[in-house]
Design a protein around this ligand. Structure first.
Ligand SMILES: *Cc1c(COP(=O)(O)O)cnc(C)c1O
Length: 476
């Protein structure tokens, strides 16, 4: 299996070659040169597999440069009940991603039972083990530099803590995250994790990461890397739970299902698109946005119009507050018949702050063939949906999952089970849960009181030079 760039001007690579990198050298995103096809017989056989076994079957189609035995042990080490212990619905933790039925034909796929209580743990934990494996094979090390407003940074730290050959420098906006989020990150005492609270906003932290990464000399000398949402291995890992959810919600492979996906950077739903391209019987992919509805607008009109930062709203589903969807280019590559010249042209406009409009083109006419539908949700909808799910089903959902459930309801079809992907647990967004339910969200017993643990964090000015000096000092 080889990986090609959506812009067509980068050499084909293998899985391990693109694992530690980001964008392709031509500015595009890597995708497999073809989608492996899963036969009906394989689909039947896969029904009986455990999560780890299923992950191995899916991933070995994409990872052809790690010996099968090694890949199997990496996957088995990752997908254990110990790593994903925080199941609240009383279902078996060994399922890793248990399915909860809300009402006949409407299900919740629990993807946030991992250490940081958000679905990003599903892929990030695998990434941690893959990084350690590949770095050791190559005798290399990496210093991951990132900026976070909450979910991604903590998922990365919990995945990389204690891993050989890896250090993590994570910038977060000083005083801007919730007490719970701060406690999750800053209470880590592992020697390879460095939390830096930047005096400023998230954008300031993000700008510092960009400035450091743009200094090619510094980047090479200190082996600076990233684990951002365009990382292909993260997408590949997410393909697995679409298969798992399908098997849980159906009895035979004659049935088709729909998935509703709370979306921001288009990573999660891109994995659903790929599962469908591999032959998973998916009737529809329901894309849900919040008020930052750049993707809903595209699927309704054909116009992709990334917003300016100033136009990006701060909402009560903050992990979906994006101005442009970094993985969207992967889907558009397929939509335009995998023609890199067209993608390059479209993103020439996007990269210079513009937009593109496919309305009236053959590409937009082919969109129904990809089974996407979309909708948006508002703060009012989230409050109503969180309350409704609690009153009707006794299930406490978070604000992002509420966006998914709200839009899912608009696309229910008889005889097509709808699977809503749960992207985080309510406790991460307690302010809004209290607004909706008048009570504190439930939290796992062993996370009780984490706000009182000692914290390890360096508060620093939003100053690129100071941060570079800090990294240089730690890395010697
Ligand atoms: C990251 C995140 C999302 C958005 O997922 P994408 O892959 O960026 O579309 C949704 N909900 C939560 C809780 C997240 O952390």
């Amino acid at each position: 299996m080889h990986y090609i760039s959506t812009r067509g001007h980068a050499e084909a690579q293998t899985f391990c070659d693109i694992l530690l990198g980001g964008l392709a050298p031509d500015g595009g995103l890597y995708l497999p040169d073809h989608y492996p096809q899963i036969s009906a017989a394989e689909l039947t056989a896969w029904r009986k597999l455990s999560y780890a076994e299923l992950a191995y079957e899916v991933l070995r189609r994409f990872v052809t440069d790690i010996p099968p035995g090694d890949l199997l042990s990496i996957v088995k080490k990752t997908y254990t009940a110990q790593t994903y212990p925080y199941c609240r619905t009383g279902r078996r933790a060994t399922d890793i991603t248990p399915l909860t039925t809300l009402e006949p034909g409407l299900h919740l796929l629990e993807l946030s039972n991992g250490p940081t209580l958000a679905f990003k743990d599903m892929a990030m934990q695998l990434l941690g083990n893959l990084f350690e494996y590949v770095l050791e094979k190559r005798g290399e090390t990496i210093n991951i530099l990132g900026a976070t407003s909450g979910d991604t940074g903590s998922a990365a730290e919990y995945a990389m803590r204690g891993k050989k050959g890896v250090r993590v420098f994570m910038l977060s906006p000083h005083g801007k995250m919730s007490a719970f989020q701060r406690a999750q990150m800053y209470s880590l005492q592992d020697a390879n994790i460095f939390n830096i609270a930047v005096v400023g906003m998230f954008d300031d932290a993000q700008d510092i990461v960009k400035a450091v990464s743009n200094d090619a000399g510094f980047k090479a000398r200190y082996k600076i890397g990233a684990v951002n949402s365009i990382n292909w291995a993260r997408i590949a890992a997410q393909v697995v739970y679409y298969f798992k959810g399908y098997f849980e919600a159906t009895k035979s492979n004659d049935e088709r299902v729909a998935f509703a996906v709370p979306s921001g950077n288009f990573g999660n739903i891109c994995a659903g698109h790929i599962a469908r391209m591999m032959g998973l019987p998916v009737e529809r992919l329901v894309l849900a946005t919040n008020e930052n509805d750049v993707l809903d607008e595209f699927f309704k009109t054909g116009c992709y119009r990334p917003r300016a930062t100033a136009e990006t709203l701060v909402t009560s589903s903050p992990s979906m507050d994006i101005s442009k969807a970094s993985n969207f280019e992967r889907f558009v590559f397929d939509l335009v018949g995998r023609d890199p010249a067209i993608v390059s042209r479209l993103w020439q406009a996007v990269d210079s702050g513009g937009s593109f409009d496919l309305a009236g083109t053959p590409h937009f006419q082919s969109l129904p063939g990809y089974a996407f539908v979309s909708g948006r949700s508002t703060h009012r909808d989230r409050i109503d949906t969180v309350r409704d799910a609690w009153q009707r089903y006794g299930v406490m959902i978070d604000t992002h999952t509420a966006d998914g459930l709200k839009v899912a309801r608009e696309y229910l079809q008889p005889a097509v089970p709808m699977i809503v992907l749960e992207t985080a647990q309510a406790v991460k967004f307690s302010e809004t849960i209290i607004e909706a339910l008048g009570r504190e969200p439930m939290r796992p017993a062993d996370l009780e009181g984490i706000e009182n643990l000692p914290q390890r964090v360096e508060v620093m000015a939003a100053d690129v030079r100071a941060i570079k000096e800090y990294i240089a000092r730690i890395c010697g």
